[in-house]
Write a protein that binds this ligand. Structure first.
Ligand code: 8NA
Ligand code: MG
Ligand code: MG
Ligand code: MG
Length: 354
């Protein structure tokens, strides 16, 4: 199998950054009006040239801060680069110290308790604080999934992708409904990196992997304990397949079946659906936007946990389409975009070396 090029690595991290920074502007709104979103995006484009003014084409500068999604993604990447492999103690330390340095990035309500315990010198097992969350049930939030892209950008073997996606998520999310979402998101990025995979093959492969991932005892018992049917991620992937066979799917149906919430189960499948749906043109989104832009616009238009759904879909779309579809004016509007480009290059080198 040919090795994916650097452009896909840069696209992945840039897409993730764009999704977070742009999505964060609308996070938590139950309804996002498309005209308002499109007019906001227009404001990111370079100002028209002025008579005797500055050169045209200069972007309006870094202005959109990233949130917890990117802060934690960066810790994942920085840990992998520093250790040249997954190291749970180092990664946990980076999560906690990053939180301590900048606690106001918009972290989930409960996950901050994990960071506080990880910062204590008494903590000897870095997975223990996550296991204690929610009276021992563990978190099923989307925080493990939102930050996972670095794993498939380092490990090319699919068993490694699953194993380290799970371990990286378990540092904060001990419920299988949380870490299985991270596995699904990591698999989606892994598949998106491969050359020329069709929509159908992409989805079929995700379904067959997740049917296996979700069949273990803990996944079955966690799903039952929360009142879900067995194999809940796999079932949603099959719903996505149904949606993609229809000529149009109303937003209300997407929200009802897939969701726009902070649970991994109500956001990771939504991100995957958004990516696959936006391979095709959308009558509501102007044609001059490319597929990566359309994916991010569509995610944000769903409302709810917009930064997190858009960052996950942005990572997948960026890995699939590569950096050619990342508009410079959008990228340059995001905090720390240059560092993101450097990290992508280092990840690419590590991936090739392994
Ligand atoms: P988390 O582990 O705190 O989970 C997020 C939330 O999910 C929790 O606060 C609970 O409400 C709920 N939850 C998770 N597990 C359970 C459970 N077992 N029982 C009952 N409720 C549960 O943090 P996370 O890292 O998963 O959260 C990620 C999300 O938080 C992302 O959307 C991220 O952007 C951030 N976020 C921040 C804001 C904000 O403005 N501060 C708003 C929404 C989301
Ligand atoms: Mg966030
Ligand atoms: Mg080790
Ligand atoms: Mg969010």
């Amino acid at each position: 199998r040919p090795r994916p090029g650097l452009a896909r690595f840069r696209g992945c991290l840039a897409g993730a950054l764009l999704g977070d920074c742009l999505g964060a502007v609308f996070e938590g709104r139950s309804v996002v009006k498309l005209p308002e979103l499109l007019s906001f995006l227009k404001g990111l484009e370079p100002a028209p040239p002025e008579e005797g003014g500055e050169a045209a084409g200069s972007a309006r500068g870094e202005s959109l801060p990233y949130t917890d999604d990117t802060a934690m993604s960066r810790s994942v990447v920085q840990s992998l680069l520093a250790k040249q492999e997954f190291d749970e103690v180092d990664m946990a330390k980076r999560f906690a110290e990053e939180y301590k340095k900048e606690p106001n990035r918009g972290y989930g309500m409960a996950v901050v308790n994990v960071f506080k315990k990880l910062l204590s010198p008494k903590c000897s097992d870095v997975f223990e604080p996550a296991r204690a969350q929610f009276n021992g049930k563990g978190s099923y939030g989307n925080g493990g999934a939102m930050r996972v892209a670095g794993i498939p950008l380092v490990y090319s073997d699919i068993q490694d992708v699953k194993k380290f996606a799970k371990l990286s998520a378990e540092l904060t999310h001990a419920n299988s409904l949380g870490y299985n979402g991270a596995i699904l998101q990591a698999l989606a990025v892994h598949l998106a990196l491969q050359e020329g995979l069709s929509r159908e093959t992409f989805l079929e492969q995700l379904i067959s992997h997740m049917e296996h991932v979700e069949a273990d005892d803990k996944s079955l018992s966690d799903a039952r304990a929360l009142g879900f049917e067995d194999l809940p991620f796999s079932r949603r992937l099959k719903k996505i397949k149904e949606f993609l066979e229809l000529s149009s799917v109303p937003k209300a149906d997407v929200l009802f079946e897939l969701g726009n919430g902070i649970a991994a189960l109500r956001s990771v499948p939504t991100a995957i659906y958004s990516f696959l749906r936006c391979m095709d043109a959308d009558p509501d989104i102007p044609e001059h936007y490319n597929a990566l832009q359309r994916t991010i616009i569509y995610c944000i238009s769903l409302g709810g946990d917009t930064d997190t759904i858009a960052t996950m879909a942005g990572a997948i779309a960026g890995a699939y389409y590569g950096e050619e579809q990342v508009p410079p004016s959008w990228e340059q509007s995001c905090e720390a975009f240059q560092e993101t480009q450097r990290m992508a290059k280092s990840l690419y080198e590590l991936y090739c070396q392994r």
